[in-house]
Ligand binder design. Structure first.
Ligand SMILES: Nc1ncnc2c1ncn2[C@@H]1O[C@H](COP(=O)(O)OP(=O)(O)O)[C@@H](O)[C@H]1O
Ligand SMILES: [Mg+2]
Length: 478
């Protein structure tokens, strides 16, 4: 028996091994072509090439929409320095050439240029400087007022509630929520009587001075109503500071009337949030307020010719039912109303996707935005930055295109498990080189899409020279 065990075939030295299959690019192309997924058509922005089939890779959420792509939102993930921002920047610029408008929430400062990394691209496309936000306010810094009348009533209540909940770190109960709603209404009324726009400080003042009639209407005493809203008023005080105390997290950014030097018709608007501490509550709240503000003032219907729907003639398409559509605009010479498409880019989007309150606020935004032809792009490192709450899961599901650059082993495995990708993709993701990503568009996987930069775009995508002394930015330079 022992002799048997000593037999050579059972010895580990002679274990059966499968020989690796060596192929050349041409061989794998020949093998891959018959099973390669169909391309995404020829309309849209050129991304680069699909390495396995060698075909050009063209992507456009607006053209592919409905054709296997249920929605236009996208998540781009991967380790630092792999090419997430470079892809998003050139993609945005290429989409602008197709007539789209882009808004960017820029959160990463380029130390050597002392400005956000999207500033140069924004300036080269529009000639305009970014819209800056700075804690404490500074010369030229902007302020958005969450109580601005431009934000419609119900949405404003949701927004202020989100701000308080984020500041408090937990959800408000029914009593506190009701006290807050009453205070927002009172803040509008009291400021209106003084002939000015209410600000967040008016809400905290209203929470501390409830009216008898509001309490009675809710079958509460005045003191009970005061007690319901007192904690929320403390949170708003802490966030906004006061005349005596200018240390609030939101001071100079959200506590005053709106002062935005924004041209809402510009091809690209860059909001520079690089001075706002990353990972802090101020960043999260600021992103919430900016997105709701954009929803109210930027996402209005507009034709690609730049005119409003009301300026286009109605053309009856069916005399029986009276159905009509928007046709030509004699003023602009435009032949048919076509909704202008827009793109919102959120760098370091874990502020959004990683915060359940914000994720649920954004989910509503995304649903609403779809009707206005908006595609959102969220850039994150990996999904472990993002918690597993149902709100976040729902927000993740809103992304129908997922672009994954190289990640480390544990993160690649977590990504694959969480997104339900085939298990082979984990190892594949770890091996992707800079500028090459796995794309999942709807249900179709493109394992290797190489993003190509043309020379004119390279200096606009160069993100940091801090860690290298390379002069070349070619993907092969690693
Ligand atoms: N497809 C590409 N071709 C050439 N260079 C690239 C490509 N993608 C990224 N780079 C370069 O790599 C560097 C890091 O890219 P970046 O997009 O900033 O990474 P990330 O956003 O993932 O941290 C940049 O300097 C950029 O110019
Ligand atoms: Mg980046």
């Amino acid at each position: 028996m022992t002799d048997l065990l000593d037999l050579a075939p059972l010895s580990p030295m002679h274990e059966t091994v499968r020989r690796p299959l060596y192929t050349e690019t041409t061989t794998s192309q020949a093998l891959y072509l018959p099973i390669a997924p169909p391309t995404l058509g020829t309309a849209g922005a050129i991304i680069g090439r699909e390495l396995y089939s060698g075909k050009a890779f063209i992507y456009c959420p607006f053209s592919a929409f409905g054709d296997g792509l249920p929605g236009g939102n996208m998540i781009v993930m991967g380790d630092t320095g792999r090419g997430k921002s470079a892809l998003t920047k050139t993609y945005a610029a290429r989409q602008i050439r197709l007539g789209r408008q882009v808004v960017v929430l820029d959160t990463k400062e380029q130390k050597e240029r002392e400005e956000g990394e999207w500033a140069a691209l924004g300036r080269s496309l529009t000639g305009k400087a970014p819209v800056k936000f700075a804690p404490g306010g500074s010369r030229g810094a902007s302020c958005i007022n969450p109580m601005d009348p431009a934000i419609a009533g119900k949405r404003q209540v949701e927004l202020v509630r989100t701000i308080v909940e984020l500041g408090l770190g937990k959800a408000l109960d029914e009593f506190a929520g009701s006290a807050l709603r009453i205070a927002i209404r009172r803040a509008h009324q009291r400021a209106g009587e003084l002939g000015r726009t209410p600000v967040l400080a008016d809400v905290s003042a209203a929470l501390r001075s409830p009216e008898e009639s509001d309490a009675t209407a809710k079958k509460r005493t005045r003191d009970e109503l005061l007690g319901d809203g007192l904690e929320a008023s403390y949170v708003l005080d802490r966030l906004c500071g006061s005349e005596q105390d200018a240390t609030g997290d939101l001071t100079g950014m959200l506590d005053g009337p709106t002062s935005l030097g924004v041209d809402l018709d510009a091809d690209m608007i860059v909001f520079d949030l690089t001075k706002v501490p990353s990972g802090g509550v101020a960043m999260t709240i600021l992103v919430a307020v900016i997105s709701v503000f954009l929803e109210e003032v930027w996402l209005r219907p507009l034709c690609e010719c730049g005119t409003e729907p009301g300026q286009h003639n109605r053309v009856v398409v069916d005399a029986n039912s009276g159905a009509w559509e928007l046709g030509p605009n004699p003023g602009s010479g435009c032949r048919r109303y076509t909704q202008r498409k827009r793109i919102l880019v959120c760098e370091e989007a874990w502020h959004i996707l990683g915060t359940p309150q914000l994720a649920s606020l954004l989910e509503k935004f995304l649903k609403f935005a779809r009707g206005y032809g908006l595609s959102c792009i969220f850039i994150v490192h990996h999904l472990s930055d993002i918690d597993d709450s149902p709100e976040t899961q729902a927000a993740l599901k809103m992304a129908d295109t997922i672009v994954i650059y190289s990640q480390k082993k544990a993160e690649a495995e977590a990504t694959v498990a969480r997104l339900g990708l085939p298990s082979w993709t984990a190892e594949h993701i770890m091996r992707l080189r800079r500028g090459i990503a796995l794309w999942k568009v709807g249900e179709v996987i493109y394992p290797g899409v190489q993003h190509l930069l043309v020379e004119a775009e390279q200096h606009l995508c160069f993100s940091s020279g801090s860690m290298s002394d390379l002069t070349s930015t070619s993907p092969d330079a690693e």
